[in-house]
Design a protein around this ligand. Structure first.
Ligand code: SF4
Length: 388
């Protein structure tokens, strides 16, 4: 006679769970999520993989990060399938709309005016070339168009900001998600970007709070968090992730994930960049980051941030196709595609579409699950007449 399986046991088998210590022991490794410690007035709480939580403890995340890599990837792949269509990878294109001459001192960046690199400072690009680049990106399958400007903030850039607002409205009017990365923002500037139709704003935390001062001194961690808060308050999606290979340790990679996991709402997007060392920058001689570290970071982020889009960003060209496929298995579900990614090389659309096809993956449609494409008609018309 077949043994009866209790309903609770079935659920534990079909969905990785933190409930039963026996199940955890039977697996022989630390695959389970450690619940918050109960204390006076704090009831013991249990969580399951796939739960969206903003009360992660750093030790819990470290335990996931340190687990056997293949198990962590399997677990992340399972969480991924609870929240996303695992056959879809979003293709995004990033355009530099203002290059170089930045007053900040981010040690990895070729656009800082403090370092002697080959990157030459340019003025803010005109509207039409940006729109042409967005059209080309859309025609090639990108559904998100990001615009980056190398500067500390928008102070004293009134006309430049107006121009960027028009770019945002126009690109959004093409049916693409629009993201910008323009340095620090005030709440008022964030509000105006939202009104122009901005879908998302990128502002990376880069690394853990402790390691951050080793990399940047001109802008504090808390200033970064304040910009992210302004973006969130304006109703814009938050894109905030980090860079691997800055000289940080595993604890810092965990610290970064912990920081974003504790935000009142997780960032909708978490880019994982790997350092592309640039001659002339203080980090030019840094060792390349190992693919296992990248996979471990992505898998951990996927488990901790189940709903978030995880972007395999700068440095992807240094990984083989198989390594990239492992990253998709670990939970990455967006890539940057196009001719360049800011100042670093990038894979082209045809190359990426062929790669995705070989692994049974396909591009993601814009706003597939989340947003409406509607933009107030008046905004689109105003932008068209202003650029005509
Ligand atoms: S990363 Fe951004 S803020 Fe930092 S130096 Fe480069 S362009 Fe400036």
């Amino acid at each position: 006679m077949a043994a009866k399986i209790a309903p609770k046991a079935i659920s534990a088998i079909s969905r990785p769970s933190t409930i039963a210590p026996a199940l955890r022991n039977a697996r022989g490794h630390a695959a389970a999520v450690e619940p918050p410690a109960p204390g006076p007035g704090v009831a013991r709480a249990y969580y399951r993989d796939g739960d969206v939580r903003t009360n992660w403890r750093r030790s819990e995340i470290q335990k996931i990060f340190d687990g056997p890599l293949m198990e962590t990837i399997f677990r992340a792949a399972t969480v991924h399938r609870m929240h996303h269509d695992a056959s879809r990878i979003q293709m995004c294109t990033l355009m530099n709309i203002k290059t170089g001459g930045c007053s900040e001192d981010c040690k990895y960046c070729s656009q800082s005016s403090r370092y002697s690199t080959e990157t030459k400072a340019t003025r803010l690009v005109d509207i039409e070339p940006v729109l042409e680049a967005a059209r080309q990106a859309k025609a090639n399958g990108s559904t998100r168009f990001c615009m980056g400007a190398a500067w500390r903030d928008l102070a004293g850039r009134k006309s430049g900001f107006e121009k960027i607002l028009k770019m945002v409205t126009e690109v959004r009017g093409m049916g693409m998600e629009v993201c910008t990365t323009l340095g620090m923002l005030s709440p008022e500037q964030a509000k105006r970007l939202k009104e122009a139709g901005l879908s998302a704003y990128n502002h990376n935390l880069d690394t853990s709070r402790e390691f951050y001062p080793e990399v940047i001194s001109t802008r504090s961690y808390d200033e970064r968090l304040a910009t992210i808060e302004a973006v969130r308050q304006a109703g814009i999606s938050v894109c905030s992730g980090g860079i691997l290979g800055l000289g940080e340790k595993d604890e810092d990679r965990v610290g970064l994930i912990h920081e974003v996991s504790r935000m009142p709402a997780h960032p909708e997007s978490f880019p994982v960049n790997t350092l592309v060392p640039i001659e002339g920058t203080p980090l030019e001689k840094n060792d390349p980051v190992e693919v296992h570290t990248v996979l471990r970071t992505i898998a951990t982020a996927r488990i901790v941030l189940p709903n978030t889009i995880i972007r395999l960003a700068a440095g992807r060209h240094t990984f083989s196709e198989t390594e990239q496929a492992m990253a998709f298995m670990a939970g990455a579900n967006a890539i940057f595609t196009g001719e360049r990614m800011l100042t670093t090389p990038c894979s082209g659309w045809d190359e990426d579409k062929s790669m995705l096809g070989r692994w049974g993956l396909r591009g993601q449609r814009s706003f597939e699950d989340q947003e409406s494409l509607e933009i107030p008609q008046a905004q689109t018309e105003a932008a068209v007449s202003a650029t005509a």
